[in-house]
Design a protein around this ligand. Structure first.
Ligand SMILES: Nc1ncnc2c1ncn2[C@@H]1O[C@H](COP(=O)(O)OP(=O)(O)O)[C@@H](O)[C@H]1O
Ligand SMILES: [Mg+2]
Length: 166
């Protein structure tokens, strides 16, 4: 499997919806995405409160072999998992409480983008400072435990993720 989401996204960008039923399935799609991620890659996750952004990112982190419990950095704004805690360094952001792009940059955002796999909750908030080749995941809340994940990335990536909800 290709480890480069950049080359894949450039080759044939697509957007596809995945229906999940329950947090386990949402996390599993994230876990499958993890295989594609290397430092320098960014995943922007958006959706209302309780949609499942943290759940999806917990799945990614499990897929990256992060043994620590992963919780939303609602107050800390960024949680860092260095390379010793998993396969690669990870930075997990929650932009909910931030009002302008400058306060995101003040966290050292650009350095994290280069050095880590960056996972961003409320990732649709400041598009002007986000990498154009990021994978975009939008989660919509359905009835009960149903969620619809819309994933925009490369064709090969999206085809691979489909296996998680088959
Ligand atoms: N299909 C599903 N996918 C993800 N979470 C779900 C799903 N169905 C129910 N849930 C529940 O929705 C909540 C999602 O919470 P969380 O991931 O913290 O959301 P967010 O980070 O978007 O605010 C959890 O309580 C989870 O158990
Ligand atoms: Mg959250």
């Amino acid at each position: 499997m290709s480890a480069s989401i950049h080359a894949d996204a450039r080759a044939r960008p697509v957007r596809r919806s995945f229906d999940t039923d329950g947090p386990g399935q949402t996390a599993r799609v994230g876990g499958r995405l993890a295989a594609w991620l290397a430092p320098g890659d960014t995943v922007l996750v958006s959706g209302d409160l309780g949609a499942g952004k943290t759940c999806f990112i917990q799945g990614i982190c499990a897929g990256l072999d992060i043994a620590e419990p992963v919780t939303s950095p609602t107050f800390t704004l960024v949680n860092e998992y260095d390379g010793r805690l998993g396969r690669v360094p990870v930075a997990h952001f929650d932009l909910y409480r931030l009002d302008d792009p400058e306060s995101v940059l003040d966290l050292g955002f650009d350095e994290y983008l280069d050095a880590c796999v960056c996972l961003v909750e409320w990732g649709d908030k400041f598009p002007e400072i986000m990498p154009s080749d990021a994978v975009k995941v939008t989660i919509e809340i359905g009835a009960g435990t149903r969620r619809t994940l819309e994933i925009a990335g490369g064709g090969k990536l999206v085809a691979d993720l489909e296996a998680a909800v088959r």
